[in-house]
Design a binder for this molecule. Structure first.
Ligand code: 5GP
Ligand code: MN
Length: 346
């Protein structure tokens, strides 16, 4: 049996909307990850099976390793089909906002979503949700939005209507937001849910391979290059890797190629904080990714130094300036957090 997470009043409220709605739009965050796409498509397959007219819209492209997912070809990219997407958003009965906590996370779509008269529900697991939806299902202790979608559908009484396709998408989101069940994944409920998803006929081993073992040769060579330039701060239990624009060109970098790199330095003994600085290909800025182990709040560091945020163990932010300036700020941040990084408790 699953423990109850979503309040009954919210389930009832959403069920009422669901019963009356015809057109549903599902939106998720910029640079969608496995959980953004997994939760969106999981809900999409369910709503589609219930005869709803449903569309998934995300701000921009998502990585190739998610393109095998059933329904992924039907996802609308806002930056390519703005007019059509705006029409769908304006005419929706319900807008489901998945896997983000603030309108700025959907970038260009924010205006049309906030202007739409549709009923809006937020289903998310990031801290501090903004107040832009009538129903707010926000549970930061839950490790993925995909898990919340499973919980929502079950609590609405539709477990039997979850198809194999929906189960594959939900599983993918749960898997990617926990690094293949290696962090934020100690809850027994997760394994109960996996067991239920397996009953739908999913092949979890194959999903793992499709997501994690389909990289290009150039990505592996890029990884080798990035790791060979890694800087370790042994006195602070931290490490930093970076990827500048000229290096991206040299290794035929395409979007998504550096996915997961930030986790690698955490495999060094005693390293509790890993940082990845990547020069953006489109904008003059450095994208920061942070990962931590244990109780070190890398979201706090991201908020304080890089105008960002996220989860305790996975966060990010942005820096407008050069790579060396970004690195200098990061080193200042690491120095400031040295006591926490080196304390026994973390
Ligand atoms: P990633 O390192 O995979 O890009 O991001 C990890 C997590 O950090 C995301 O799931 C998101 O919660 C958070 N995050 C990443 N970039 C930003 C950012 O620029 N601002 C905020 N507030 N959070 C971010
Ligand atoms: Mn997520």
């Amino acid at each position: 049996m699953l423990t109850k997470v979503i309040e009954q009043s919210k389930i009832d409220h959403f069920t009422k909307w669901f019963e009356r709605a015809d057109k549903v739009v599902i939106v998720s965050h910029v640079s969608p990850d496995g959980d953004a796409i997994g939760s969106s498509l999981g809900l999409y397959h369910f709503l589609d099976s219930q005869g709803k007219d449903v569309n998934v819209i995300v701000p921009n492209a998502f990585p190739d390793f998610l393109k095998w997912m059933p329904g992924s070809k039907d996802i609308l990219l806002y930056d390519r089909y703005k007019e059509f997407a705006d029409k769908l958003i304006a005419e929706a009965d319900i807008i489901c906002c998945l896997d983000f906590n603030a309108l700025k996370r959907i970038e260009g779509m924010a205006c049309s979503v906030s202007a739409s008269p549709a009923r809006k529900v937020l289903i998310d697991h990031h801290l501090y949700p903004e107040d832009f939806c009538r129903i707010i299902m926000s549970y930061p202790k839950i490790s993925s939005t995909s898990e919340l979608i499973f919980r929502l559908i079950c609590r609405m009484g539709y477990f039997n209507e979850i198809s194999k396709s929906a189960a594959e998408c939900i599983y993918t989101g749960m898997m990617t937001d926990t690094g293949g069940f290696t962090y934020n994944s100690n809850s027994r409920d997760i394994y109960f849910i996996i067991s239920e998803l397996l009953s739908k006929g999913i092949n979890k081993d194959e999903i793992y391979r499709k997501v994690y073992n389909t990289y290009s040769e150039s990505r592996l060579r890029l990884m080798g290059h990035v790791l060979s330039n890694m800087v370790v701060y042994p006195d602070c239990n931290a490490a930093c890797i970076s990827l500048a624009k000229d290096e991206q060109g040299k290794f035929h970098y395409i979007k998504g190629d550096s996915e997961g790199f930030v986790n690698i330095p955490l495999s060094i003994k005693n390293v509790r904080l890993s940082c990845f600085l990547r020069e953006d290909t489109e904008r003059p800025m450095i994208k920061i990714s942070l990962r931590s182990v244990g109780t070190f709040p890398c979201n706090q560091l991201a908020a304080e130094f890089f105008n960002g945020g996220g989860h305790l163990n996975a966060s990010g932010g942005e820096f407008y300036g050069t790579m060396s300036e970004a690195r200098a700020v990061l080193e200042k941040a690491i120095e400031k957090y040295k006591p926490l990084l080196t304390s026994e408790a973390s």
